[in-house]
Design a protein around this ligand. Structure first.
Ligand code: PMT
Length: 397
């Protein structure tokens, strides 16, 4: 997902420094070139060799070590970075960065870099709440730095309170967002997302469903949350881990999804329906397990409500409404017809037959289609990248 991206990861001297090893590993797995800079104090907690092994790159610590290639190291690192992340960041580092002090490899690189800066502090609660630290954080924020603020928990000093390094996965996804050049532009917005497959019961044992894994909708929910939105995710059947920071409501059938969506839609600004909703359900749900007979069996099906259409009828023009369409032929035409019929702002069309698209996988190939038939095609990309494109288009509306 982050192939061709370079993340310069600064590690400062706190007990949470060991958690940056897991982050290095996650970034490497996502295809990132990770270049680690450690402060001297950080090397007291974790050996540079550990970061070197996981990142498969030399680790920079000393400003004045003999250069291995002719380059001014802090300048070359500063230029190489797509994102500069400091994890964990001590009060000392934050103080220096806020006040233009550049007295080691990490702070000089931060000063010399124009890359987006992400800081994940970890420290004792009193240090975090100290007016000096708070002012320094505010100063850095006004200059464009982003923070993933610490969580509450038991701290290394034995105290319990705020100061524990934020969840590594949350830090990873924020780095991914910045590497993909998405801003936290949805703050104050309420985003409602649907994901996954509905299940239409035949009896207590069996149901009709489809192949949706929920990955596309969960990626939209995660990306919206990382961009600052207040996100509600209505999830049918899925295979995804819960997204921290997203209010997830699990449902089963199309009727259940409709009820949850209509309940949450009133307060939403943006609604994105990525769920694969069954158009039909069995006319009767047997209370006991249906026994097999001699011959074949016919099922009577009745229409389910079209949730997206109902949303379009109620909220078109007052909320941003985005649908999805999984098509097998005449993709753009069918998606444009759906967009017009359901009064959506646009439809994200994906094909069942294109390689790397559709159900189950981590990638998708999308086209953004409007009701007038205009369309923009995108190449294969991760579902998280596709989610960010969808949100950028939604934010323009
Ligand atoms: O979950 P993944 O494995 O990651 O796969 C992602 C996906 C392929 C499911 C997703 O990208 C996608 O295309 N979702 C919509 C699939 C679909 O069933 O489309 P549709 O053409 O049937 O429906 C069009 C739109 O109307 C969709 O936004 C759908 O949520 C909505 N709809 C459909 C039927 C219905 N009764 N109510 C609805 O609201």
């Amino acid at each position: 997902m982050l192939k061709d991206k370079t993340v310069v990861l600064g590690v400062t001297g706190g007990i949470a420094a060991y958690k940056a090893l897991e982050l290095t590993s996650m970034l490497k797995k996502a295809g990132t070139d990770v270049k680690v800079i450690m402060t001297r104090a950080a090397t007291e907690f974790v050996a540079p060799l550990s970061f070197q092994s996981l990142s498969q790159n030399p680790v920079a610590v000393d400003m004045f070590e003999e250069p291995k290639a002719w380059e001014i190291r802090h300048i070359s690192l500063a230029k190489a970075a797509d994102v500069l992340a400091v994890v964990p960041a001590t009060a000392n580092f934050i103080g220096k960065a806020a006040n233009g002090i550049a007295d080691d490899m990490l702070t000089t690189t931060v000063m010399a870099s124009k890359a987006p800066l992400l800081i994940a502090p970890a420290m004792n609660t009193a240090m975090l709440e100290n007016p000096a630290t708070r002012e320094n954080i505010d100063k850095l924020k006004t200059r464009g730095a982003e923070f993933v603020m610490p969580a509450e928990g038991r701290l290394a000093c034995g105290d319990t309170g705020r100061g524990k390094l934020a969840d590594i996965e949350l830090i990873f996804w924020n780095i991914a967002r910045l590497a993909l050049k998405s801003k936290a532009d949805l703050s104050g917005k309420k985003v409602l997302v649907t994901a996954g497959a509905t299940r239409e019961a035949l009896d207590p044992v069996r149901f009709l469903t489809n192949h949706s894994s929920g990955k596309m909708g969960f990626a939209v929910a995660r990306a919206a949350m990382l961009r600052g939105a207040d996100v509600t995710l209505i999830a049918g059947a899925h295979t995804c881990p819960e997204v921290p920071g997203v209010n997830t409501i699990n449902v089963s059938s199309a009727l259940g999804m409709r009820e949850a969506v209509m309940g949450a839609a009133e307060s939403a600004d943006i609604i994105i329906t990525a769920a694969a909703v069954s158009d039909y359900r069995p006319a009767k749900v047997s209370e006991s397990k249906i026994k097999k007979g001699e011959g074949g069996m016919s099922l009577e099906l009745v229409r389910n409500p079209d949730i997206l259409k109902e949303l379009g009828e109620k909220y078109s023009g007052s909320k941003t409404i985005i649908g999805f369409a999984m098509e097998t032929e005449e993709i753009i035409k069918n998606a444009a017809d759906k967009c017009a019929e359901k009064r959506a702002d646009f439809i994200v069309a994906n094909s069942l037959t294109a390689e790397g698209a559709g159900f189950g996988g981590d990638t998708n190939v999308i086209s953004i289609v409007k009701g007038d038939g205009t369309a923009r095609d995108y190449p294969m990309m991760s579902k998280f990248e596709a989610a960010n494109i969808i949100l950028t288009e939604a934010a323009k509306l």
